[in-house]
Ligand binder design. Structure first.
Ligand code: GRF
Length: 223
């Protein structure tokens, strides 16, 4: 399978996915990394790994559509099987999403449908302090026109502790993401995950921290 990873920043999920492709945990290759941010640190990682990069600063385009048109013509050339959003901080237009139906997947740092949007760790922590929330985590979902709204494929949850801060929660969620994304992409590439319309009544795969670690390590041991 041919994956394209979209990033805007640090790229720690890109690193986790790339490592998982390198050791055959994910039976796929990253054929390109696309970024709208020329300063994204993840681009350095991609260069070090000799992964092709395609950088298109959205500030250089008058409209979202013009920016996306360039991306689409590039994707038409490299023909990926899946577009993997990993910290890509641009909303994709409905028309872009429609052109890549059932091919775009995103990771979001919350247990959707709760805490859509930005600053999830702080918002969850605020609710924890009010005594109305003690769970946090991440979700992987199909991308549809509504932001953070597509059908959820899998989630990993953690229990917030009284010592947690925004930054400790961010770290803990990242740890979950770095196992959950490779796991989901493995199953997707092995074609164990169906397209959303065939999944209508299917619940997302749910892990807690311990279950996720076990599921991840069980696969590592078979490689
Ligand atoms: C992750 O927390 C992901 O859930 C969100 O953006 C962040 C990207 O982090 N969509 P990184 O760039 O992969 O380190």
């Amino acid at each position: 399978m041919r994956l394209v990873v979209f990033i805007s920043g640090k790229g720690s999920n890109l690193t986790a996915i790339s490592n998982a492709c390198a050791n055959a945990f994910i039976p796929a290759q990253i054929v390109s990394v696309i970024s709208n941010n020329p300063s994204a640190a993840g681009l350095l990682f991609a260069d070090q790994q000799d992964i092709n990069t395609f950088v298109l600063d959205h500030h250089d385009f008058a409209t979202r559509e013009a920016h996306e048109a360039k991306i689409i013509s590039y994707l038409d050339k490299i023909k990926p099987d899946y577009l993997i959003l990993a910290g890509y901080m641009r909303v994709l237009s409905a028309s872009f999403i429609d052109q890549f139906k059932y091919k775009i997947i995103n990771i979001h740092p919350s247990l959707l449908p709760n805490y859509k949007g930005l600053n999830t760790h702080q918002r969850v922590l605020n609710d924890f302090k009010k005594g109305i929330q003690n769970q946090h985590g991440c979700s992987i979902h199909w991308v549809t026109a509504g932001v953070d709204e597509g059908q959820i494929i899998a989630q990993a949850a953690l229990t917030i502790s009284a010592n947690d801060t925004e930054s400790s929660l961010a770290k803990r969620v990242h740890c979950l993401e770095h196992q959950l994304y490779p796991l989901v992409l493995r199953h997707l590439c092995l074609q164990n995950i169906n397209k959303p319309d065939e999944l209508l009544n299917t619940e997302p795969i749910q892990y807690n921290e311990q279950q996720l670690g076990t599921a991840f390590n069980e696969i590592i041991q078979t490689l």
